[in-house]
Design a binder for this molecule. Structure first.
Ligand code: DMJ
Length: 636
């Protein structure tokens, strides 16, 4: 009840109470306040009220990646770490609402970390947990970077090349790709530094509409490529930009998928490669900005998140705005597990674990995963299945989740091989001319076409072949090689020796586009990505030869005075340029080309998986299985 003081009606002694009455009233009031405050501690930890009024309990310390996957025994209540000292905003960051937890209120009681035997035994059970350090950007730090590096089985950039014979040629080829990267970076820096992408003809920047107002996609996509190629000066320029200018204080609508694979993927890799706090902090803060996408009845995220209002939405083109897209919500798993690993915050792992759970429970037509799913009802909206656009990286993330978990995520493994069986059974075809391809499926009817995007599948199938059932391994290796050969044909049959966006197998024409609207090439990586995996698998020199053809074609048709550009028609010997140097050209195309001409222990596949934007994320060697003794030694 609110007691108002009304002039004229209340006598001079406050509220007309006598002294003993006043005393009793005050006693009652103080009892009430104590009771209310005490009750706050009894509320569930997730209660908004509790979060508002109490100093946040420090995040759970990092756990092994596998522990983040459902039901692992390591997922358990842990001792809280002390609250970090109130931190200054991260460099370039000025919006406190972007931080992981609000600064500690002055005067609140400080929790202290328990010491002694219990703490020691916890730390020795979970290698990644160490005493927290003072924080930058207010994201608790509990990841033992040194221990992580010591667990890698190979030097990140490999050992010096010992193969004298082929050394000079391969080195020259690598140097050429490095020069191309330097040129792409310098051009971007000169004309578009800080914008998302470079427009090489008009020599200016391009922001696009996918990133919700975030800038610098090319910077963040380039970091690990510059590191790989030991372009030290360029790497420092990129890092300085992230430190000084990369702000999360933006308010547009962003693609959950694109922000995740490019920005979060790029920042995570940069952290794992350098241990520099700025990358970890920014990745976690950005991850938190994506969480509203998951506010749906099923927990299947929508494709768009509004950074200002915290609302979410679906793409208008995805079955009239009613669906989430398989490749989008299915390509978060790798990054989100690492966000949990590096923040100790289980929310990221829980979100992607739930996506798995929903998908596992659903009926799959013939074992296939359609591309559109309603995040409201949790039912498939359209029976369109594709290993290219809309579906692609969902399958990729299943097999890579298995590998990244140190081969303990059996659920991902089973889902991958089951899906691959269905694809093989219903979508796989061989053309009259003998080309193997994976068609698209519309409710049982096949479109005999492959998109450029689908050409990553040669690499994926090759990567997964080693852990397939014994009787399937050779089959999958063969299939991977055949699909990669088909994708090479789509390049070889064009005038520019670059491949079209989509190619068909009908009307007597094979591996060529049907119309001008699908004849463009936008510097995509998928074909060279497969060359790289097939090279590592087989060491067949044909893959380096094909990769080199791409290098020459890029130089001839895509290099302009202001940077690299996509082209509008691969069947024209003098193609027009599209005036875009896509950020994935630096993140993926140039990186995969460089790796194709590198030794196998450079970003060894024993230690790293590449996210779908080619950002390397470490395999979990803490809880994973030990190396396969029967496996061929790396290096050649
Ligand atoms: C990249 O952004 C990623 O590889 C994504 O998975 C699909 N498309 C582009 C490159 O083509």
């Amino acid at each position: 009840m609110l007691v108002r003081k009304v002039p004229g009606l209340v006598p001079a002694s406050a509220w007309g109470l006598r002294l003993p009455q006043k005393f009793l009233f005050l006693l009652f009031l103080s009892g009430l306040v104590t009771l209310c405050f005490g009750a706050l501690f009894l509320l569930p930890h997730s209660s908004r009220l509790k979060r508002l009024f109490l100093a946040p309990r420090t995040q759970q310390p990092g756990m092994g990646l596998v522990a983040a996957i459902a039901g692992h025994p390591l997922v358990r209540e842990q001792e809280p770490f002390p609250n970090p000292a109130p931190a200054a905003p991260a460099p370039g960051e000025d919006d406190p609402s972007n931080r992981a937890s609000p600064p500690r209120r002055k005067g609140w009681p400080r929790r202290t970390r328990p010491t002694g035997l219990r703490e020691l035994s916890t730390a020795s059970r979970v290698n990644s947990i160490v005493a927290p350090k003072p924080l930058e950007g207010n994201v608790p730090f509990s990841f033992d970077y040194k221990a992580f590096r010591s667990r890698l089985r190979h030097p990140v950039l490999g050992r010096p090349d010992e193969n004298e014979e082929s050394r000079s040629l391969v080195q020259d080829q690598r140097e050429k790709i490095k020069e191309m990267t330097q040129f792409a970076w310098e051009s971007y820096k000169r004309y578009a530094m800080g914008k998302n992408e470079l427009r090489p003809l008009t020599k200016d920047g391009y922001e696009g509409s996918m990133f919700g107002g975030l800038s610098g996609a090319t910077v963040i996509d380039s970091l690990d490529t510059l590191y790989l190629m030991e372009l030290e000066e360029e790497f420092q320029e990129a890092k300085a930009w992230v430190k000084e200018h990369f702000t999360l204080n933006v308010s547009g609508e962003a693609s959950l998928f694109e922000v995740n694979i490019r920005y979060i993927g790029g920042l995570l890799s940069a952290f794992y490669l350098t241990g520099d706090e700025v990358f970890r902090t920014k990745a976690i803060q950005l991850g938190e900005k994506l969480l509203p996408a998951f506010n749906t009845p099923t927990g299947i995220p929508k494709g768009i998140v509004n950074f200002k209002s915290g609302s979410n939405g679906s793409w208008g083109w995805a079955t009239a705005g009613s669906s989430s897209v398989l490749a989008e919500f299915g390509s978060l798993h790798l990054e989100f597990l690492h966000l949990t690993e590096l923040s100790g915050n289980q929310v990221f792992a829980e979100k992607v674990r739930n996506i798995r759970k929903v998908l596992r429970k659903m009926d799959k037509p013939f074992g296939l995963y359609p591309n559109f799913l309603s995040p409201v009802s949790g039912t498939w909206v359209q029976h369109h299945v594709s290993i290219g656009g809309l579906g692609d990286s969902f399958y990729e993330y299943l097999i890579k989740s298995w590998l990244m978990s140190g081969k303990t995520d059996l659920e991902a493994k089973n889902m991958y091989y089951e899906a691959l069986e269905a694809i093989e059974h219903y979508l796989l075809n061989v053309s009259p001319g003998g080309l193997t391809y994976i068609a698209e499926w519309r409710g049982g009817i096949l479109d005999h076409k492959m998109g450029h995007l689908a050409c990553f599948s040669g690499g994926m199938i090759s990567l997964g072949a080693q852990d397939a059932k014994e009787e399937k391994r050779a089959r999958y290796r063969h299939l991977a090689a055949q699909i990669t050969k088909t994708c090479h044909e789509s390049y070889a049959r064009s005038d520019t020796k670059l491949g079209p966006e989509a190619f068909w197998f009908n009307s007597g024409r094979e591996a060529v586009a049907n119309q001008l609207s699908e004849s463009y090439y936008i510097l995509r990586p998928e074909v060279v990505e497969s060359y790289m995996y097939l090279w590592r698998q087989t060491h067949d020199p044909i893959y380096r030869q094909w990769g080199w053809e791409v290098v020459l074609a890029l130089e001839k048709h895509c290099r302009t005075a202001g940077g690299f550009s996509g082209i509008q028609d691969v069947y024209s010997s003098l193609p027009n340029h599209d005036n875009r140097q896509q950020s994935f050209f630096l993140a993926e195309t140039l990186k995969y080309l460089y790796l194709l001409f590198s030794e196998d222990d450079v970003f060894s596949l024993e230690d790293w998986v590449f996210n779908t934007e080619a950002h390397p994320l470490p395999v979990n060697h803490v809880n994973g299985s030990s190396p396969d003794p029967g496996r061929a030694p790396v290096g050649h």
